[in-house]
Design a binder for this molecule. Structure first.
Ligand code: FE2
Length: 256
């Protein structure tokens, strides 16, 4: 099974690149499952039902999220109507939406890290509990969008789930890492996939306003940057019989 995980899509430039490149990659790599992180897809912060559907029509089977999940006010009332959109599993239990789904026969989970992030419930324990709850009914192919800041915590989750998930793919930092590999018991791991967003930017945002923030410490309105767009993703090949990853490779493109 060929699974493509696409890093955080930033605003309209990111969505345009997804719409242009994803159908091509789908054919080129005979993709069976496409997961897209959409937590920055609405103007750089959050997601809406309309934009989730737009990503879906561009080829995403599942749209995942992150710490910006509720940045767009409408989304909390919309998410329960979208069976392909996830919010992080380890939010407080009274939050709408859900943290996992089964798509194209694969289990897809979205979870948030806790190091240098808001204090969430324990993602390690919650994923263990989810697997225990699903038991024998859990699909063999299992992909985690692991939305976290610290490489130590990202690696820790990879090792925690080695042999129990097909892939633990990092998101959130918007900066791709060069560590994609398969762990000894068959879990593909990458600390961060990167983003789909403006290249000449700071994490997809306009450099001048972010610099101003760093240099003055004063709050600024962040605008999505313009110009050429980088498209960062990882392609995981999973043995469907065992759930083990055969390989993980970066698929990085640019879009003018
Ligand atoms: Fe994030």
């Amino acid at each position: 099974m060929k699974v493509l995980f696409v890093g955080d899509v930033v605003g309209r430039p990111g969505r345009r690149a997804v719409a242009a490149l994803l159908p091509v990659l789908k054919t080129e790599h005979a993709l069976d499952l496409v997961i897209v992180n959409g937590e920055n897809a609405a103007g750089g912060a959050g997601l809406t039902a309309e934009i989730a559907k737009e990503l879906r029509s561009s080829g995403a089977d599942v749209v995942t999220n992150g710490n910006h999940v509720w940045d767009q006010r409408s989304f909390k009332d919309e998410i329960d109507g979208l069976d392909f959109a996830l919010r992080p599993l380890n939010l407080p239990p009274n939050n709408p939406g859900r943290g996992w789904c089964v798509s194209r026969g694969a289990l897809v989970v979205n979870a948030l890290g806790r190091v240098f992030m808001a204090n969430m419930d324990d993602p390690f324990r919650m994923i263990d509990e989810l697997l225990a709850e699903l038991g024998e009914t859990a699909p063999r192919v299992r992909i985690l969008d692991w939305h976290a800041e610290a490489t130590s915590e990202k690696l820790a989750m990879g090792w925690h789930l080695d042999g129990r998930f097909s892939a633990v793919v990092g998101s959130h930092t918007h900066v791709p890492t060069a560590d994609a590999r398969v762990l000894p018991h068959g879990t593909a791991l990458v600390c961060d996939t990167g983003m789909v967003g403006p290249r000449d930017s700071i994490l997809g945002m306009d450099t001048a306003t972010i610099l101003q923030r760093f240099r003055t410490g004063m709050p600024q309105r962040f605008d999505v940057a313009g110009g050429p767009v980088v498209f960062n993703s990882v392609l995981v090949d999973v043995d469907e019989a065992t759930g083990r990853a055969r390989s993980i490779v970066r698929v990085d493109r640019e879009f003018a």
